[in-house]
Design a protein around this ligand. Sequence first.
Ligand code: 13P
Ligand code: SF4
Length: 303
Amino acid sequence: MDLPQKIQQLKKEKKAIILAHNYQRPEVQNIADYVGDSIELSRKAMMEKDAEIIVFCAVDFMAESAAVLNPSKKVLLPSTGARCPMAQMLTVDEIKRAKKQYPNAPVVLYVNTLASCKAEADVCCTSANAVEVVQSLKADTVLFGPDMNLAEYVAEKTGKTIIPIPAHGFCPTHLLFQPEDVKVLKMEHPKAVVLVHPECTKEMRAVADFIGSTSKICKYVKESTAQEFIVGTEEGILHRLKKENPNKTFYLAYAGAICPNMKLTTLDRIYEALKEEKHVVTVPEAAAKKARASLERMFEVKS
Ligand code: 13P
Ligand code: SF4
Protein backbone atom coordinates (compact mmCIF):
# COMPACT_ATOMS: atom_id res chain seq x y z
CA MET A 1 0.00 0.00 0.00
CA ASP A 2 1.40 3.46 -0.81
CA LEU A 3 1.23 6.43 1.55
CA PRO A 4 -1.97 8.01 0.11
CA GLN A 5 -3.72 4.62 0.42
CA LYS A 6 -2.47 4.19 3.99
CA ILE A 7 -3.81 7.64 4.85
CA GLN A 8 -7.19 6.82 3.29
CA GLN A 9 -7.40 3.59 5.28
CA LEU A 10 -6.45 5.29 8.54
CA LYS A 11 -8.94 8.04 7.81
CA LYS A 12 -11.76 5.50 7.54
CA GLU A 13 -10.73 3.64 10.70
CA LYS A 14 -10.55 6.84 12.72
CA LYS A 15 -13.57 8.57 11.18
CA ALA A 16 -11.41 11.49 10.08
CA ILE A 17 -11.85 14.14 7.41
CA ILE A 18 -8.99 15.95 5.66
CA LEU A 19 -9.37 19.64 4.82
CA ALA A 20 -6.69 21.37 2.73
CA HIS A 21 -6.07 24.99 1.80
CA ASN A 22 -5.64 26.00 -1.86
CA TYR A 23 -1.89 26.61 -1.19
CA GLN A 24 -1.13 23.05 -0.08
CA ARG A 25 1.24 20.76 -1.98
CA PRO A 26 -0.41 18.98 -4.96
CA GLU A 27 -0.17 15.54 -3.32
CA VAL A 28 -1.86 16.91 -0.17
CA GLN A 29 -4.67 18.53 -2.17
CA ASN A 30 -5.14 15.22 -3.99
CA ILE A 31 -5.85 13.21 -0.82
CA ALA A 32 -8.06 15.87 0.81
CA ASP A 33 -11.82 15.50 1.17
CA TYR A 34 -12.18 19.20 0.58
CA VAL A 35 -9.87 21.92 -0.80
CA GLY A 36 -10.79 25.57 -0.32
CA ASP A 37 -10.03 29.08 0.92
CA SER A 38 -10.06 30.15 4.54
CA ILE A 39 -13.78 30.91 4.79
CA GLU A 40 -14.82 27.74 2.99
CA LEU A 41 -12.61 25.60 5.22
CA SER A 42 -13.98 27.29 8.36
CA ARG A 43 -17.54 26.67 7.16
CA LYS A 44 -16.73 23.03 6.40
CA ALA A 45 -15.22 22.57 9.85
CA MET A 46 -18.27 24.19 11.47
CA MET A 47 -20.79 22.09 9.51
CA GLU A 48 -18.94 18.80 9.90
CA LYS A 49 -21.24 16.30 11.60
CA ASP A 50 -19.91 12.79 11.01
CA ALA A 51 -16.14 12.96 11.47
CA GLU A 52 -14.49 12.64 14.87
CA ILE A 53 -11.15 14.05 13.74
CA ILE A 54 -10.42 16.96 11.39
CA VAL A 55 -6.94 16.91 9.86
CA PHE A 56 -6.35 20.52 8.90
CA CYS A 57 -3.73 20.90 6.18
CA ALA A 58 -2.94 24.62 6.32
CA VAL A 59 -1.42 26.98 8.89
CA ASP A 60 -2.02 27.62 12.60
CA PHE A 61 -4.75 30.26 12.49
CA MET A 62 -6.95 28.23 10.14
CA ALA A 63 -6.71 25.11 12.31
CA GLU A 64 -7.38 27.22 15.40
CA SER A 65 -10.55 28.61 13.82
CA ALA A 66 -11.68 25.05 13.08
CA ALA A 67 -11.05 24.07 16.72
CA VAL A 68 -12.93 27.14 17.96
CA LEU A 69 -15.90 26.49 15.66
CA ASN A 70 -16.08 22.78 16.35
CA PRO A 71 -15.05 22.20 19.97
CA SER A 72 -16.39 18.63 20.06
CA LYS A 73 -13.92 17.46 17.38
CA LYS A 74 -10.23 16.73 17.58
CA VAL A 75 -8.46 19.11 15.15
CA LEU A 76 -4.96 18.06 14.08
CA LEU A 77 -2.38 20.37 12.48
CA PRO A 78 0.08 17.88 10.90
CA SER A 79 3.03 20.26 11.15
CA THR A 80 3.24 22.28 14.36
CA GLY A 81 5.69 24.67 12.68
CA ALA A 82 3.12 25.76 10.09
CA ARG A 83 2.58 29.29 11.39
CA CYS A 84 1.42 32.27 9.36
CA PRO A 85 3.96 35.09 9.92
CA MET A 86 1.29 37.72 9.27
CA ALA A 87 -0.86 36.33 12.09
CA GLN A 88 2.14 36.71 14.43
CA MET A 89 2.37 40.45 13.59
CA LEU A 90 -0.63 41.40 15.73
CA THR A 91 -0.74 41.12 19.51
CA VAL A 92 -3.57 41.45 22.02
CA ASP A 93 -1.77 44.44 23.60
CA GLU A 94 -1.69 46.25 20.26
CA ILE A 95 -5.44 45.76 19.82
CA LYS A 96 -6.12 47.01 23.35
CA ARG A 97 -3.95 50.09 22.72
CA ALA A 98 -5.81 50.85 19.48
CA LYS A 99 -9.20 50.40 21.19
CA LYS A 100 -8.19 52.96 23.83
CA GLN A 101 -7.14 55.43 21.16
CA TYR A 102 -10.31 54.90 19.06
CA PRO A 103 -12.98 53.86 21.60
CA ASN A 104 -15.85 54.19 19.09
CA ALA A 105 -14.25 52.26 16.24
CA PRO A 106 -15.26 48.61 15.86
CA VAL A 107 -12.44 46.07 15.50
CA VAL A 108 -12.51 43.94 12.36
CA LEU A 109 -9.89 41.21 12.29
CA TYR A 110 -8.80 39.22 9.30
CA VAL A 111 -8.98 35.50 10.13
CA ASN A 112 -5.18 35.49 9.73
CA THR A 113 -4.87 36.18 13.47
CA LEU A 114 -4.43 34.04 16.54
CA ALA A 115 -7.55 33.06 18.53
CA SER A 116 -6.45 35.27 21.45
CA CYS A 117 -6.67 38.28 19.09
CA LYS A 118 -9.98 37.16 17.54
CA ALA A 119 -11.33 37.17 21.10
CA GLU A 120 -10.75 40.97 21.13
CA ALA A 121 -12.53 41.58 17.81
CA ASP A 122 -16.08 42.69 17.13
CA VAL A 123 -16.18 40.66 13.96
CA CYS A 124 -13.79 38.63 11.79
CA CYS A 125 -13.45 38.64 8.01
CA THR A 126 -11.56 36.82 5.28
CA SER A 127 -10.28 38.17 2.00
CA ALA A 128 -13.48 36.84 0.42
CA ASN A 129 -15.84 38.98 2.53
CA ALA A 130 -13.75 41.83 4.08
CA VAL A 131 -15.48 44.53 2.02
CA GLU A 132 -19.00 43.27 2.89
CA VAL A 133 -18.13 42.85 6.59
CA VAL A 134 -16.86 46.45 6.86
CA GLN A 135 -19.79 47.70 4.77
CA SER A 136 -22.22 46.00 7.17
CA LEU A 137 -20.98 48.13 10.10
CA LYS A 138 -22.63 51.45 10.93
CA ALA A 139 -19.30 53.06 11.90
CA ASP A 140 -17.33 55.13 9.39
CA THR A 141 -14.02 54.56 11.17
CA VAL A 142 -12.90 50.97 11.63
CA LEU A 143 -9.83 49.35 13.22
CA PHE A 144 -8.63 46.60 10.90
CA GLY A 145 -5.77 44.12 11.23
CA PRO A 146 -3.30 42.70 10.61
CA ASP A 147 -2.92 43.07 6.83
CA MET A 148 -2.28 46.70 5.76
CA ASN A 149 -2.81 45.82 2.09
CA LEU A 150 -6.22 44.27 2.68
CA ALA A 151 -7.02 47.24 4.96
CA GLU A 152 -6.15 49.63 2.14
CA TYR A 153 -8.19 47.61 -0.36
CA VAL A 154 -11.21 47.69 1.97
CA ALA A 155 -10.80 51.47 2.40
CA GLU A 156 -10.79 51.94 -1.38
CA LYS A 157 -13.91 49.80 -1.81
CA THR A 158 -15.97 51.11 1.11
CA GLY A 159 -14.85 54.75 1.29
CA LYS A 160 -14.56 54.34 5.09
CA THR A 161 -11.61 55.35 7.27
CA ILE A 162 -9.72 52.14 7.94
CA ILE A 163 -7.04 52.27 10.61
CA PRO A 164 -4.58 49.39 10.21
CA ILE A 165 -3.42 47.54 13.34
CA PRO A 166 -0.47 47.10 13.41
CA ALA A 167 0.51 49.96 11.07
CA HIS A 168 2.48 47.71 8.71
CA GLY A 169 1.22 44.11 8.87
CA PHE A 170 1.79 42.16 5.66
CA CYS A 171 2.13 38.74 4.06
CA PRO A 172 5.80 38.11 3.16
CA THR A 173 4.78 35.85 0.26
CA HIS A 174 2.38 38.30 -1.40
CA LEU A 175 4.88 41.13 -0.96
CA LEU A 176 7.11 39.36 -3.50
CA PHE A 177 4.79 40.21 -6.40
CA GLN A 178 5.88 43.23 -8.45
CA PRO A 179 3.94 44.97 -11.24
CA GLU A 180 7.14 44.99 -13.38
CA ASP A 181 7.01 41.17 -13.55
CA VAL A 182 3.38 41.32 -14.63
CA LYS A 183 4.26 43.84 -17.37
CA VAL A 184 6.91 41.48 -18.78
CA LEU A 185 4.47 38.55 -18.72
CA LYS A 186 1.80 40.70 -20.35
CA MET A 187 4.19 41.52 -23.20
CA GLU A 188 4.74 37.79 -23.76
CA HIS A 189 1.06 36.88 -23.29
CA PRO A 190 -1.00 39.97 -24.19
CA LYS A 191 -4.35 38.18 -23.91
CA ALA A 192 -3.70 36.84 -20.41
CA VAL A 193 -6.05 38.00 -17.65
CA VAL A 194 -4.32 39.21 -14.45
CA LEU A 195 -5.66 37.75 -11.18
CA VAL A 196 -4.45 39.18 -7.88
CA HIS A 197 -5.03 38.36 -4.19
CA PRO A 198 -5.93 41.42 -2.04
CA GLU A 199 -2.91 40.72 0.20
CA CYS A 200 -0.79 42.08 -2.67
CA THR A 201 0.37 45.70 -2.71
CA LYS A 202 -1.65 48.58 -4.14
CA GLU A 203 0.74 48.67 -7.15
CA MET A 204 -0.06 45.02 -7.90
CA ARG A 205 -3.78 45.57 -7.42
CA ALA A 206 -3.54 48.42 -9.93
CA VAL A 207 -2.45 46.04 -12.72
CA ALA A 208 -5.12 43.42 -11.90
CA ASP A 209 -8.14 42.56 -14.02
CA PHE A 210 -9.64 40.72 -11.04
CA ILE A 211 -8.94 40.90 -7.29
CA GLY A 212 -10.19 38.15 -5.01
CA SER A 213 -9.60 35.43 -2.42
CA THR A 214 -8.12 32.14 -3.59
CA SER A 215 -11.51 30.51 -4.15
CA LYS A 216 -12.90 33.60 -5.85
CA ILE A 217 -9.92 33.40 -8.23
CA CYS A 218 -10.75 29.72 -8.91
CA LYS A 219 -14.41 30.59 -9.56
CA TYR A 220 -13.46 33.48 -11.85
CA VAL A 221 -11.20 31.24 -13.97
CA LYS A 222 -13.89 28.54 -14.28
CA GLU A 223 -16.45 31.05 -15.51
CA SER A 224 -14.10 33.04 -17.77
CA THR A 225 -13.91 32.54 -21.52
CA ALA A 226 -10.25 33.65 -21.47
CA GLN A 227 -7.61 31.00 -22.11
CA GLU A 228 -4.56 32.45 -20.34
CA PHE A 229 -4.11 33.83 -16.84
CA ILE A 230 -1.32 35.56 -14.90
CA VAL A 231 -1.74 34.58 -11.25
CA GLY A 232 -0.74 36.87 -8.38
CA THR A 233 -1.04 34.57 -5.39
CA GLU A 234 0.81 31.64 -3.82
CA GLU A 235 1.92 28.98 -6.30
CA GLY A 236 -0.08 26.11 -4.67
CA ILE A 237 -3.24 27.43 -6.28
CA LEU A 238 -1.90 26.51 -9.74
CA HIS A 239 -2.49 22.82 -9.02
CA ARG A 240 -6.21 23.34 -8.45
CA LEU A 241 -6.51 25.80 -11.34
CA LYS A 242 -4.86 23.36 -13.78
CA LYS A 243 -6.89 20.41 -12.48
CA GLU A 244 -10.19 22.23 -12.85
CA ASN A 245 -9.28 23.91 -16.17
CA PRO A 246 -7.06 21.50 -18.13
CA ASN A 247 -7.39 23.50 -21.35
CA LYS A 248 -6.39 26.85 -19.87
CA THR A 249 -2.84 28.13 -19.30
CA PHE A 250 -1.49 29.74 -16.12
CA TYR A 251 1.61 31.86 -15.47
CA LEU A 252 2.62 32.61 -11.88
CA ALA A 253 3.28 36.36 -11.66
CA TYR A 254 6.43 35.64 -9.66
CA ALA A 255 8.01 32.18 -9.73
CA GLY A 256 9.29 32.37 -6.14
CA ALA A 257 5.91 33.14 -4.56
CA ILE A 258 5.89 30.23 -2.14
CA CYS A 259 4.53 30.25 1.41
CA PRO A 260 7.07 28.03 3.22
CA ASN A 261 4.66 27.52 6.11
CA MET A 262 1.92 26.13 3.90
CA LYS A 263 4.45 23.72 2.40
CA LEU A 264 5.40 22.20 5.77
CA THR A 265 2.45 19.84 5.55
CA THR A 266 3.57 16.65 3.85
CA LEU A 267 1.95 13.24 3.36
CA ASP A 268 4.38 11.76 5.92
CA ARG A 269 3.37 14.32 8.52
CA ILE A 270 -0.33 13.78 7.81
CA TYR A 271 0.10 10.04 8.23
CA GLU A 272 2.06 10.38 11.47
CA ALA A 273 -0.35 12.93 12.95
CA LEU A 274 -3.38 10.78 12.14
CA LYS A 275 -1.80 7.51 13.27
CA GLU A 276 -0.81 8.92 16.65
CA GLU A 277 -3.60 11.50 16.86
CA LYS A 278 -0.96 14.06 17.69
CA HIS A 279 -0.57 17.82 17.24
CA VAL A 280 -4.07 18.48 18.54
CA VAL A 281 -4.96 22.17 18.31
CA THR A 282 -6.46 23.54 21.52
CA VAL A 283 -7.71 27.00 22.43
CA PRO A 284 -8.48 27.89 26.07
CA GLU A 285 -12.29 28.01 26.47
CA ALA A 286 -12.46 31.64 27.65
CA ALA A 287 -10.70 32.88 24.48
CA ALA A 288 -12.46 30.29 22.28
CA LYS A 289 -15.90 31.51 23.37
CA LYS A 290 -15.17 35.12 22.41
CA ALA A 291 -13.31 34.15 19.20
CA ARG A 292 -16.29 31.97 18.20
CA ALA A 293 -18.63 34.94 18.61
CA SER A 294 -16.41 37.09 16.32
CA LEU A 295 -16.33 34.32 13.70
CA GLU A 296 -20.07 33.69 13.94
CA ARG A 297 -20.78 37.41 13.45
CA MET A 298 -18.76 37.15 10.23
CA PHE A 299 -20.92 34.25 9.00
CA GLU A 300 -24.04 36.38 9.55
CA VAL A 301 -22.85 38.94 6.96
CA LYS A 302 -24.13 38.24 3.45
CA SER A 303 -21.39 38.17 0.82
P1 13P B 1 -7.73 32.91 1.21
O1 13P B 1 -8.78 33.08 2.24
O2 13P B 1 -7.92 33.74 0.01
O3 13P B 1 -7.56 31.47 0.87
O4 13P B 1 -6.36 33.45 1.81
C1 13P B 1 -5.71 32.89 2.89
C2 13P B 1 -4.32 33.29 2.95
O5 13P B 1 -3.62 32.97 3.85
C3 13P B 1 -3.82 34.10 1.86
O6 13P B 1 -2.48 34.29 2.01
FE1 SF4 C 1 0.19 33.70 5.94
FE2 SF4 C 1 0.93 34.75 3.62
FE3 SF4 C 1 1.28 32.16 4.04
FE4 SF4 C 1 -1.19 33.18 3.70
S1 SF4 C 1 0.48 33.09 2.22
S2 SF4 C 1 -0.56 31.71 5.25
S3 SF4 C 1 -0.95 35.15 4.73
S4 SF4 C 1 2.27 33.85 5.13
